[in-house]
Design a protein. Structure first.
Length: 124
C-alpha cells in the first residue's frame, strides 16, 4: 500500500522498513513513545499493531465497534504523544460519506507494541 494516499498530519513519514523518507527528521527515527498502561489508547495501539502485521489498515467502523465512540479523540492524543498513525480517506461515488481507515507507519513502533502485548497478554 502506498504512503502517498495517507495524510502525514505533521508527523514523520516512514516507509515499511522504518527508513527515513525526505520529510522525516533524523531524531524521529529513534523515538518510541510510551505505551499507555490501560484504556482506549492502549487498545487502539494493539489493534493497529495487529493490523500492521497483516499489512492492512483498520477501518473506522472497526475501531468504533471494538473501542467505542471518541476513538478519533484517542487517536489524536496518541499522535500528540508521538505515535506515528496515518489516516486514509477513500471517497466513494454517489455522495456517500468517505471511508476512513488508520494504520501505524513505523515498523519499530508496531514491533514494540506487539512485544509488549506478548509480555502482558492478560492486559489486552
Amino acid at each position: 500500500m502506498s504512503h502517498k494516499n495517507y495524510h502525514t498530519r505533521g508527523f514523520p513519514l516512514l516507509d515499511g522498513e522504518g527508513q527515513e523518507t525526505p520529510s522525516t527528521p533524523p531524531e524521529a527515527l529513534h523515538h518510541i513513545p510510551t505505551i499507555p498502561a490501560k484504556g482506549q489508547k492502549r487498545k487502539i495501539l494493539f489493534i493497529l499493531a495487529e493490523a500492521w502485521t497483516y499489512g492492512t489498515p483498520v477501518p473506522n467502523h472497526q475501531l468504533n465497534k471494538q473501542v467505542g465512540f471518541r476513538y478519533s479523540a484517542r487517536i489524536h492524543e496518541l499522535r500528540r504523544a508521538g505515535w506515528s498513525i496515518a489516516t486514509k480517506n477513500e471517497h466513494t461515488e454517489g455522495g456517500k460519506a468517505p471511508s476512513v481507515s488508520y494504520r501505524l507507519r513505523d515498523k519499530r513502533q508496531a514491533q514494540t507494541i506487539l512485544q509488549r502485548r506478548k509480555m502482558n497478554d492478560s492486559d489486552y
